[in-house]
Design a protein around this ligand. Sequence first.
Ligand code: ADP
Ligand code: MG
Length: 239
Amino acid sequence: MRIRGLHKAFGDLEVLRGIDITVQRGEVVCVIGPSGSGKSTLLRCVNLLEEPTSGTVAVAGTEVTDPDVDIDQVRRRIGMVFQSFNLFPHLTALENLTLAQRRVLRRPKGEAVRVGRANLERVGLSDKEDAYPAQLSGGQQQRVAIARALSMDPELMLFDEPTSALDPELVGDVLAVMRSLAQEGMTMLVVTHEMSFAREVADRVVFMDGGVIVEEGSAERVVGAPRHERTRAFLARVL
Ligand code: ADP
Ligand code: MG
């Protein structure tokens, strides 16, 4: 994934002011930064939930910001996991996983069920396929949401603070699933405040503030030995 010169304004408010990030295939890049720095807007520009004001985004060789590009075609190659799990409450875990496969990818029911079950197993929830979201813990719901995204065979996974809404004791299971995805070679762009996850899993950490990248480098470098005062001040608050 390649982001070049990305700007996004909402009216007079310039939220992204020239962002450049490259994520190589199989890499995990973590984005950290204070609330309001533009992290969610950045992810939303990658899958065109927001239209960039200027700049380019390319995913797996396709310029997603090209006006001629089929947005739906782009989105189905990019999995997104939000802070809120956004599962359909009236569908079981397995039905949540098969719906988009059938509607968007036009997979036959048998194949969608097979892929869905394989991904529930991947997130450790094989025994919950018939459970409704309300019958699952927040951590389990988030793992279903991850399995749902994986069921679309994405080439890139975007995570926007996937553990921020969870009770502390449920965070570990979700991070463990993300860690194993990283080990399997999934390409991931992860907004997170989990510094231990970033240190352990990220190939690179990007620190954003005020719509720009203040510094980036290995987790050890950025989290362990930040060069900029703004990074130090942020880390002092979250660590
Ligand atoms: P972060 O995820 O780092 O907390 P966001 O990307 O959510 O930051 O928001 C960055 C800034 O953009 C905030 O000031 C927010 O209020 C503003 N913003 C985000 N989305 C919109 C929108 N749809 N309309 C207007 N302002 C927005
Ligand atoms: Mg955000």
